[in-house]
Design a protein around this ligand. Structure first.
Ligand code: ZN
Length: 382
């Protein structure tokens, strides 16, 4: 079990695990203007909070602006950002579960005692927005109107969710089998060296199983919830000296990706619209994505804080991604026109000419779900 912070007195879980319910002390203090809802009150951590140490690490990229990344002790899904303003905090992303969202709110107490008043979902994907339910109504959870529609309709539990999270029961079963085998190897080892080796493997699988079971427990507690504040094109928050722009430039990684732009600090937070590597394309609009990135490129910024991967500088990576997607779209469309299945096409498409910028590409063959998506859109004629 993890150590609870001082003052954490919760013993039960009041669904849906909002940080403060209507009758809690924290909520009363918030009403009195003393302190917004935070995790130091009487709400218990949500299911899936059984982990050791810290869930997040925070890298301060410019003063008061942090990239938030998982440490590996808890499944958090995506990277987010913490923007500390004069009087309050804006978080980008609510991560993969109520437990992950709760952890980030709790752990930023090491950075600031200001309350979280705003949360931005860059898009609807489960690993970015499935922690929304922990926030009480007086916290503005902001996202594109498509993001709200997808989360509220249950679409965030669809194909992409299944592709990743749907495998958890199978993964748990495999680990349980491996643990039973390694336990036998420990019991039946012929000498001390063999026993130690087997014991080390057993411990590694047990630790992985605990992590995965905790991850699954966090998913069981999930009630997807859309943003309570939406935009269709842009929104600007003025918080003290800080200007925070939330911008939609067109469809891309999903139908509703927003970019958070801090013009004075010259920082953008991009979710999965732009990451240092190749983003997931299974819900994307490749042709439009290339155009959308052109608008991102036109912004003034030095730093990109992505939804996966490390912060980076400069605009070259935008061009690399545009080139990749343009070529993938073109090559997939050519095979679609020949009547090929998406699986065959995915196995055949050769993107090794992009390996200079994406070193993980070593052989022909691309993500089947990306090609499936391109084919879907071609079939729909969109
Ligand atoms: Zn995504």
């Amino acid at each position: 079990m993890r150590t609870r912070p001082p003052g954490a007195t919760g013993t039960g879980n009041a669904a849906p695990f909002a940080l403060a319910g209507p009758i809690t002390l924290t909520a009363l203090l918030a009403l009195a203007g003393c302190q917004a809802a935070d995790s130091s009150g009487d709400a218990a951590p949500p299911p899936g909070s059984d982990f050791e140490g810290l869930a997040f690490e925070f890298e301060e990229v410019v003063p008061g602006v942090y990239h938030a990344r998982g440490t590996g002790s808890l499944s958090v899904g995506s990277h987010g950002a913490v923007i500390v303003n004069e009087e309050d905090v804006l978080l980008v992303e609510s991560h993969i579960s109520p437990a992950a969202a709760y952890a980030v709110v709790e752990e930023i107490e090491a950075l600031t005692d200001k309350p979280v008043r705003y949360v931005v979902n860059t898009h609807y994907h489960f690993d970015h927005a499935h922690g929304n339910q922990i926030y009480p109504d007086d916290v503005h959870v902001i996202g594109h109107e498509v993001t709200r529609e997808m989360l509220e309709s249950g679409a965030s539990m669809g194909r992409s969710y299944e592709l990743f999270v749907g495998r958890l029961p199978d993964q748990i079963a495999v680990m349980e089998g491996a643990i039973a085998q390694w336990q036998r190897s420990v019991d039946e080892a012929e000498d001390e060296a063999a026993r130690e080796e087997a014991a080390a493997m057993l411990a590694a699988f047990e630790s992985r199983l605990a992590y995965t079971r905790n991850y699954a427990a966090g998913q069981d507690a999930l009630v997807p919830r859309g943003p309570n504040t939406t935009l269709s094109q842009r929104m600007t928050l003025f918080r003290g000296d800080r200007e925070i722009r939330i911008l939609f430039f067109g469809r891309g990684h999903t139908g509703g990706d927003v970019v958070v732009h801090l013009p004075q600090e010259r920082v953008i937070v991009t979710g999965d619209l732009l990451i240092p590597g190749l983003p997931y394309m299974g819900d994307g609009y490749l042709a439009e994505w290339v155009e959308t990135l052109e608008h991102v490129k036109a912004l003034d910024f030095d730093w990109v804080l992505p939804g996966h991967g490390d912060p980076f500088q400069g605009k070259e990576r935008i061009t690399y991604l545009q080139d990749y997607m343009r070529d993938l779209q073109e090559r997939a469309a050519a095979l679609h026109a020949q009547g090929m299945s998406y699986e065959e096409a995915a196995a055949q498409i050769d993107m090794t000419d992009h390996a200079e910028h994406y070193p993980q590409i070593r052989f022909p063959g691309v993500s089947a779900v990306a090609v499936q998506r391109v084919f879907e859109l071609l079939d729909e004629g969109s």
